[in-house]
Write a protein that binds this ligand. Structure first.
Ligand code: AMP
Length: 217
């Protein structure tokens, strides 16, 4: 199965992708995580991507498509959960062409819906653990010990692109460049919207209900 999670920054794609990929036994591919890992390892891709990420702009399609192609060839898994990809219509068309060559296709695209002011509040409270990648929110889901990861005691950090001015730009970029991707899947009858303004486990259940009603689970 090829499942795509769409939604503006802060809508909870990463959290849902982690839970759902385990539950549905799908490989979780997050282009944002892959770029941050490349940067941490000082690889040229990460260094090139950083300039765009710091401003909240999209990394050029060619770089992202190279990264995704490599990762999808890498794994023998029968299913993927794509988080943060595709973000442009060119990426969506290239993904279709890539899948078509392997007689596969996108099964569903789930859009997580949330009001803009809620997105900004969520992102301004977001912290993550660079060691184990766990996410917390100082307002909505605070870690038990201040500044420390509940799972591995790593020191929690804020993403540089979660500053308010960058967040506002990321939301604008989503509206301009990624909303057309929603239309792309909508026209094919593959898009389903889920209310993301509820606790994470309720959002997961809403997504699972969509999968069941579409005959995908
Ligand atoms: P994310 O972790 O998904 O919020 O992504 C963080 C940043 O990485 C984005 O603001 C972009 O700069 C970049 N990025 C991630 N995925 C993509 C993509 N599919 N296309 C272009 N840029 C991306």
């Amino acid at each position: 199965m090829f499942l795509i999670l769409l939604g503006p920054p802060g809508s909870g794609k990463g959290t849902q992708a982690k839970t759902l990929s385990t539950r549905l036994k799908l490989v979780h591919l997050s282009t944002g995580d892959l770029l941050r890992a490349a940067l941490k390892e000082n690889r040229p891709l990460g260094i090139e991507a950083k300039a765009y990420m710091d401003k909240g702009e999209l990394v050029p399609d060619e770089l992202i498509l190279g990264l995704i192609g490599e990762k999808m060839l890498d794994s023998s898994s029968s299913g993927y959960l794509l988080d943060g990809f595709p973000r442009t219509v060119i990426q969506a068309e290239s993904l279709d062409a890539m899948l078509d060559r392997n007689q596969r296709k996108v099964d569903l695209a789930i859009k997580l819906n949330l009001l803009e002011e809620t997105l900004i509040k969520r992102l301004s409270g977001r912290v993550y653990c660079p060691k184990c990648n766990a996410n917390f929110n100082v307002f909505f889901d605070p870690p038990k010990g201040a500044g420390k990861c509940d799972n591995c005691q790593g020191t929690l950090e804020r993403r540089p692109d979660d500053q308010e001015n960058v967040v506002r730009n990321r939301i604008k970029v989503y509206r301009n460049q990624t909303e057309p991707v929603e239309d792309y899947y909508g026209k094919q009858g593959l898009l389903h919207e889920v209310n993301a303004d509820q606790p994470p486990d309720k959002v997961t259940e809403a997504i699972v209900r969509v999968l069941i009603s579409s005959g995908k689970k």
